[in-house]
Structures are given as structure tokens and as C-alpha cells.
Design a protein around this ligand. Structure first.
Ligand SMILES: Nc1ncnc2c1ncn2[C@@H]1O[C@H](COP(=O)(O)OP(=O)(O)O)[C@@H](O)[C@H]1O
Ligand SMILES: [Mg+2]
Length: 271
């Protein structure tokens, strides 16, 4: 079975439930829209915010959309995809993203990062957003260094907006006594929840429509099952819906019924 077979069986003009969608093509669930709005607010306030959610809940996508809405002549975005670079790596990435050549010595590197961050707004009139994705993986020392960087400005305000994206454990970690100072600085806390049943229904229909099918392909039983198993988390919905399309196709069916969705769920369970 190839993607081409699947496409022609269902009459899709493009493969549905794929990962990369242009911001304008995303589904506007409540959680998604709220997260995007709040992240945009964070940039304008130069505040520290934390957005949490389970794996595949749409955190990175929401940040990408919020960033894509920024005027590029007036904003600089530093996106750190992976915290597993140590504290030195963290500063080096910030410096490189802002066009500097990271200094070797750590104290010099820290000063360099702080000054480049301040310079963006003071001299270039550009607002900065630093995004730490997978922030639940940040080490305690990294969290402390982020706090110091935020406090580096003489101004009571930070020189930049800072967004921590992570799994729900991040919230608990930051609430621990050791991070009290960082915790107090947090101006935005938002948790992206799974979509509700109605949204999952709309989400599936949305993806199918983008693929050229606006009629009903999934039975309502199948949609309910996908919702239940995925708990409304977009990535899990994508995977289940795709496997359900495959299962129905291999049985020669022209709709995805409950038994196809059940086969998909069982397969994914076994992974
Ligand atoms: N609003 C949305 N509309 C369409 N697809 C979405 C939306 N939000 C998330 N997705 C899908 O779910 C996947 C997981 O989202 P992602 O932001 O990577 O999750 P997280 O960062 O929380 O682990 C994305 O690759 C995308 O395919
Ligand atoms: Mg992510």
C-alpha cells in the first residue's frame, strides 16, 4: 500500500492529516486560538510566559503561528528547539540567532548575549521573543540562567519576551521552591488541553476538506472512537485518522466505519 493508492482510493487531492500546514490552514480550536492570542500578547508586553500541554497538544504549532503573525521588520525571534545544549549552548544559540559570533569564555558569552538582547530593542527598535521549546527538559541551572538573563536589564522590565513551552511537568517544576524567583516573574500561564468531542469532529472534517473531500468519510461512531482514544490531542487524532483510512482502504470500504477506527486504535496500541 502506498500513499498514492490511498490518495486515489479516497479521491484526495493531497494527503490529509499531514504535519506541516500553513498557519492559515490550521484548525481554529479554542485551545489553539487562545494560545496564539496569549503568545502574541507576551511579545508586546516583553513578559515571561509558560505554555504547557501534553505531547502533541499543539504547543509548537501555536508558537509558530504567533511568530508568523509578527511584523518581521520590528521583531526578532530566537527559537531554541532543544534544551539539551547546556547553559553555554543556550547562550551561544541566542548570540548566533542575533547575528553575533559566540565568545569562548563563559562570562564573556553571557554578557554578549545580554547586550545583544538589549541592543535589539534599544538600538534597532526590534522587540525580541526567545522561545524555549521542550522546556520541561531544561536543567535547573538553565532555568536559573534564564531568570538572570531576564533580570539583566536595569529596567524593571525584561529586555525581551520569553516563552517556555513544555509538557505539564514543567509547571510543577517551576513551582518548586528553588525556582520561586522565576515563578514570580511569570506573567502568563496557559495550558493547551485536548479538543472536546465537537472540536475533534470539526478537526477531522477540516483536514479531509483540505484534502478535497467535504462530504462525510468518517462515520460518527468512528469519529467518537478517534476522539476517545486520542483524547482530542491533534497529533494523536492525525495518526489515528490516517491509520483508520488505511484500515478501511485495505478492506475495500468507501467509508471509515467504527471497525476501521477500532483496527487503527488496536494497531497504534501495539506500537
Ligand atoms: N490547530 C491545529 N490545526 C491543525 N493541526 C494541528 C493544530 N495543532 C496541532 N496540529 C497538529 O498536531 C501536531 C502536533 O502539534 P505540535 O505543536 O507539534 O505539538 P506539541 O508541540 O504540543 O507536542 C502538529 O504537527 C500538527 O500536525
Ligand atoms: Mg512541540
Amino acid at each position: 500500500m502506498s500513499i498514492d493508492h490511498l490518495r486515489s482510493h479516497w479521491g484526495f487531492t493531497r494527503t490529509p492529516f499531514t504535519r506541516e500546514l500553513a498557519p492559515s490552514m490550521l484548525f481554529q480550536s479554542k485551545g489553539h486560538a487562545e494560545a496564539v492570542a496569549r503568545i502574541s500578547w507576551l511579545v508586546s508586553e516583553r513578559a515571561l510566559g509558560i505554555v504547557t500541554g501534553e505531547v502533541g497538544s499543539g504547543k509548537s504549532v501555536a508558537a509558530r503561528v504567533a511568530v508568523s503573525g509578527l511584523d518581521t521588520s520590528r521583531h526578532s525571534v530566537v527559537y531554541l528547539a532543544n534544551p539539551a545544549v547546556g547553559t553555554r549552548g543556550m547562550y551561544a544559540e541566542i548570540v548566533s540567532a542575533l547575528g553575533g559570533v559566540p565568545r569562548y569564555q563563559k562570562a564573556a558569552l553571557i554578557a554578549q548575549a545580554a547586550s545583544l538582547l538589549a541592543q535589539q530593542e534599544d538600538e534597532l527598535g526590534r522587540r525580541v521573543l526567545v522561545v524555549f521549546d521542550e522546556a520541561h527538559l531544561l536543567e535547573a541551572t538553565q532555568l536559573e540562567e534564564i531568570r538572570l538573563l531576564l533580570a539583566a536589564d536595569m529596567d524593571s522590565r525584561a529586555a525581551f519576551g520569553c516563552l517556555l513551552l513544555g509538557q505539564p511537568t514543567l509547571r510543577r517544576r517551576i513551582r518548586l521552591g528553588t525556582h520561586a524567583a522565576l515563578n514570580q516573574r511569570i506573567a502568563l500561564r496557559y495550558s493547551i488541553e485536548g479538543m472536546d468531542a465537537e472540536e475533534t469532529t470539526g478537526y477531522i472534517a477540516h483536514h479531509l476538506k483540505l484534502a478535497g473531500r467535504s462530504d462525510t468519510i468518517f462515520s460518527s461512531d468512528a469519529v467518537s472512537l478517534v476522539h476517545q482514544v486520542s483524547r482530542g490531542l491533534p497529533r494523536a487524532v492525525n495518526n489515528l485518522a490516517t491509520q483508520a483510512l488505511v484500515a478501511a482502504y485495505t478492506k475495500g470500504k468507501s467509508t471509515v466505519d467504527e471497525s476501521s477506527a477500532r483496527m487503527a486504535a488496536a494497531e497504534m496500541d501495539g506500537e
